[in-house]
Write a protein that binds this ligand. Structure first.
Ligand code: SF4
Length: 338
């Protein structure tokens, strides 16, 4: 815990508030998918955000923009469900309100146009969904929901019945690149599915089994607002088992919170804690998959995790590296650590 506590102190927390925060964390009995994702991405970031609960004076532009767009889209979807007209003026109004509430107007006014465009992209996707087919809007996961032995709490952005009869669970994303759909597990549990989509798909499975949602194939997707498209996966028979294999050891590590170390990754540039982070290495803004691999390798990141990160940048680029550099491929598939 030496590194983590020292970083918390650099952010202004004293020893007694750190001890109090760690004791509070030890009594927590469930996890959200974003907590698990934070731990998987960078245990130090998880420790500072979730255990110590450090609040930066001004959250990153990435976070503020995401909150504002999600809020506006939730209200637009609510209008859509209730048959209220969602014209350009209404979208303007809801966006401006959400931007003010999230602090975007105050802290990042230059992002107002970008956020309005992302909101419009979401409104266009929503307009294609029949209002009567909407199954969930910012609803909590079912009470008592668990993946294997891990109790999970969280909300679903949106779920609906598609024209082909599939139950679609959608999560809005404002990021430039889509998260990898089937990354290798970063926690070393073997090849997996995207954890966030996997959790949503398992929740949909439970809601179907409980007779709350209609039967039908399950599709879990990201609504990629910058790309104005939906990408995702249909739930396969083996996916819940893969998800359990990923989540159970990860949850165990996260709960015990042993020695959370900084783990540089592609989200460092949006991390609220880089100012105090002992391992922050800035990546070039225009990410190239080979550059990402080199940077992560230099930072001593294990190979299975490098592969997962590289996949999120560019699948074709990673495939090319694997094809031309057998030692890299072997290191990834054998799970070797350098
Ligand atoms: S800057 Fe990167 S390595 Fe440091 S805490 Fe944030 S995510 Fe982790």
């Amino acid at each position: 815990m030496k590194t983590a506590r020292a970083t918390a102190r650099r952010l202004g927390h004293d020893a007694s508030s750190i001890a109090e925060a760690e004791a509070r964390w030890a009594t927590k009995g469930s996890a959200s998918i974003s907590e698990l994702g934070d731990w998987d991405n960078c245990p130090l970031k998880h420790y500072l955000a979730r255990v110590v609960r450090h609040q930066p004076e001004v959250p990153s532009h990435y976070l503020v923009l995401g909150i504002a767009v999600h809020d506006a889209l939730h209200k637009i979807a609510d209008d859509h469900v209730h048959g209220r007209d969602v014209d350009a003026d209404r979208i303007d109004h809801l966006w401006e309100e959400a931007a003010a509430d999230a602090g975007l107007l105050e802290h990042y006014p230059d992002l107002l146009g970008e956020g309005r465009a992302l909101t419009q992209a979401g409104a266009d996707l929503l307009a294609d969904i029949t209002p009567d087919n909407i199954l969930a809007l910012e609803d909590w996961l079912p009470r008592g929901f668990a993946v294997g032995q891990v109790p999970i709490v969280g909300r679903l952005d949106l779920a609906y019945l598609a024209d082909d009869g599939a139950v679609v669970v959608l999560d809005w994303k404002t990021s430039k690149r889509p998260p990898a759909l089937r990354p290798g597990s970063r926690s070393g549990a073997g090849p997996g599915i995207n954890p966030q989509l996997g959790v949503y798909a398992c929740a949909a499975q439970q809601l179907q089994a409980d007779g709350i949602w209609p039967d039908g194939p399950i599709r879990a997707v990201f609504g990629m607002l910058r790309q104005e498209r939906v990408i995702g996966l249909d739930l396969q028979d083996e996916d819940p088992a893969r998800l359990r294999a990923w989540i159970e050891p990860l949850y165990g590590a996260m709960r015990s919170c042993r020695d959370p170390q900084p783990t540089p990754n592609r989200l460092c540039d949006w991390c609220d804690f880089q100012v105090a982070c002992p391992a922050f290495v800035p990546l070039e803004p225009d990410l190239d998959v080979r550059h990402v691999v080199e940077q992560l390798e230099l930072a001593g990141v294990p190979w299975p995790r490098i592969a997962a990160e590289a996949l999120t940048v560019n699948e074709e680029g990673l495939a090319a590296i694997l094809a031309t550099e057998p030692s890299v491929r072997d290191a990834i598939y054998n799970g070797a650590r350098r």
